[in-house]
Design a protein around this ligand. Structure first.
Ligand code: ADP
Ligand code: MG
Length: 366
C-alpha cells in the first residue's frame, strides 16, 4: 500500500514546517497508528482542473495571505484531499459571527457591535446606503459598550488596524483611519491575566500564559504562575467548545480573565503563530508533537467532509427550521450544548453600512 502523504503549505516561516515534516517522517517510519505516513513541503506547478492533487492531507499555514492558494485548497478539498483548516469555512468566517457562535457555545464574549464602513466601498456612494440610519445612533453604541473600546476588523489578524480608544474623540479619530474595512467595536476587558491556548484537532489543548502588553517576542511568559485548576478546566472546556463549533482543527483561542471568568477575545486564528522564537521552546515542542500525532491520525482516519463545525446545531432557531439537506455537521454534536453563562456578556448588531458622522477630522472619509 502506498504511504499516506501529507503536504505542508506555508509562507515565510521555516522552523515549524521543517520540524513538523521531520517529526511526521520519523513517527511515520515507525508505523505510528497503522499505515505508513510521509510528509513533505507542497510543490505547486501546473494546476489543472482535471487532475487531483497528489496529497491525502494538506496543512495550510498561509492561504490567508495568498488568495490563489485558497482557491487551490478549495479545489484540493473537492478532489478528496483533507485540508486543515477547512478552506471553505475559513473563507466564510468573520469575527462578528464567530463571536455569536462563541456565545452559542457557552463561552463568555465581550459586548460587541458591528460598525458600518467608515468610507464608501469602491463603486458605492451615499445613495447606495438606502437602508442605513444616518447618523447612526453612536450614543447608544458608546453607552452599551462603555469606554475603553477596542476597534478591530471583522476580518483580520496580526493586530493590524486594532485600536484601543478611551473616549468618543479618540474613537472617531481611529475609526476615520479604517477606510472601507468592516470593523467591530468591543468593550475592553480589564483583565487580571491573559492566556493563549493552542487547540489542535479540536480536542488537544495547550494553555500558554501570555502577556499582550509586553513587546513582541516577549509575550509568552512561561515563568508566570499557572492558572488555578478551575480556571484551567474552564478554559479547556471553552477552547474545545469554540473549536468544535467553528470546525477549526488548528487554532489558538485567547482569553482575557476578568474576575475569574475567561472572556474569549480572539479565536479565529487558523494559522496561529508557531515560531519558536516567539512561542518559546517548550510550547514549540508541544505544537510540533501534537500536530504530527493529530495529522497522522487524521490522514489514516479521514472524516466525512463538512462545511463547518457544529455551529448550525448550536442555534435552536436554525435547528427548528425544516431541513432540506442532511448536514454532516450533526455528527460532531457534543452531547449537551451548554447554555450561555448568565453574565453581562452579550452581543448586538448595529446597522450594516454608513459613513461616520462628520467629525472635526474628516481624514479617510468620502
Ligand atoms: N475586547 C478586548 N478587551 C481587551 N483586550 C483586547 C480586546 N480586543 C483585543 N484586545 C487586545 O488586542 C490584541 C489584538 O486583538 P485581536 O482581537 O487578537 O486581533 P488580531 O486578530 O488582529 O490578533 C489582543 O491580543 C488583546 O491584547
Ligand atoms: Mg489576536
Amino acid at each position: 500500500m502506498n504511504p499516506k502523504k501529507i503536504g505542508l503549505l506555508f509562507g515565510m516561516e521555516r522552523a515549524f514546517p521543517q520540524a513538523l515534516v521531520k517529526r511526521i517522517n520519523e513517527l511515520g517510519s515507525n508505523n505510528l497508528g497503522g499505515g505508513k505516513v510521509v510528509a513533505e513541503n507542497l510543490l505547486i506547478d501546473v494546476i489543472r482542473l482535471d487532475q487531483p492533487l497528489p496529497y491525502d492531507l494538506i496543512l495550510d499555514r498561509i492561504s490567508q495571505d495568498i488568495p490563489v492558494y485558497r482557491t487551490l485548497l478549495k479545489y484540493a478539498a473537492l478532489r478528496g484531499t483533507e485540508v486543515i483548516n477547512n478552506p471553505y469555512w475559513w473563507t466564510a468566517e468573520d469575527k462578528f459571527s464567530a463571536n455569536a457562535i462563541g456565545i452559542a457555545a457557552g463561552v463568555a464574549i465581550p459586548k460587541t457591535v458591528l460598525l458600518p464602513h467608515n468610507s464608501h466601498p469602491p463603486g458605492t456612494k451615499p445613495e447606495s446606503f438606502s437602508n442605513l440610519k444616518f447618523p447612526l445612533s453612536w450614543d447608544k453604541i458608546f453607552s452599551y459598550l462603555g469606554f475603553p473600546i477596542f476597534l478591530k476588523p471583522a476580518l483580520g489578524g496580526g493586530w493590524k488596524n486594532v485600536y484601543k480608544v478611551n473616549n468618543s474623540e479618540e474613537f472617531f479619530e481611529k475609526y476615520n483611519l479604517t477606510g472601507d474595512l468592516t470593523m467591530i467595536a468591543q468593550e475592553a476587558i480589564d483583565f487580571e491575566s491573559y492566556y493563549r491556548c493552542y487547540v489542535i484537532g479540536r480536542e488537544r489543548v495547550h494553555i500558554m500564559r501570555y502577556d499582550p502588553k509586553k513587546p513582541y517576542l516577549q509575550n509568552y511568559v512561561p515563568d508566570e504562575p499557572a492558572a488555578s485548576p478551575e480556571l484551567k478546566a474552564r478554559m479547556e472546556r471553552d477552547a474545545r467548545a469554540i473549536c468544535h463549533a467553528l470546525g477549526h482543527d488548528f487554532n489558538t483561542v485567547e482569553f482575557a480573565v476578568r474576575k475569574g471568568v475567561p472572556v474569549a477575545i480572539d479565536f479565529t486564528n487558523p494559522a496561529p503563530d508557531a515560531d519558536v522564537n516567539s512561542v518559546g521552546k517548550a510550547n514549540f515542542e508541544w505544537v510540533v508533537q501534537n500536530a504530527a500525532e493529530f495529522l497522522m491520525d487524521r490522514v489514516q482516519h479521514p472524516r466525512p467532509f463538512s462545511m463547518s463545525g457544529n455551529w448550525p446545531t448550536l442555534f435552536p432557531m436554525l435547528s427548528a427550521r425544516p431541513q432540506t439537506i442532511a448536514s454532516p455537521a450533526t455528527e460532531q454534536v457534543r452531547p449537551a450544548a451548554p447554555q450561555p453563562p448568565k453574565t453581562e456578556i452579550s452581543i448586538s448588531a448595529a446597522a450594516s453600512a454608513s459613513p461616520a458622522p462628520e467629525t472635526s477630522k474628516k481624514k479617510g472619509r468620502k
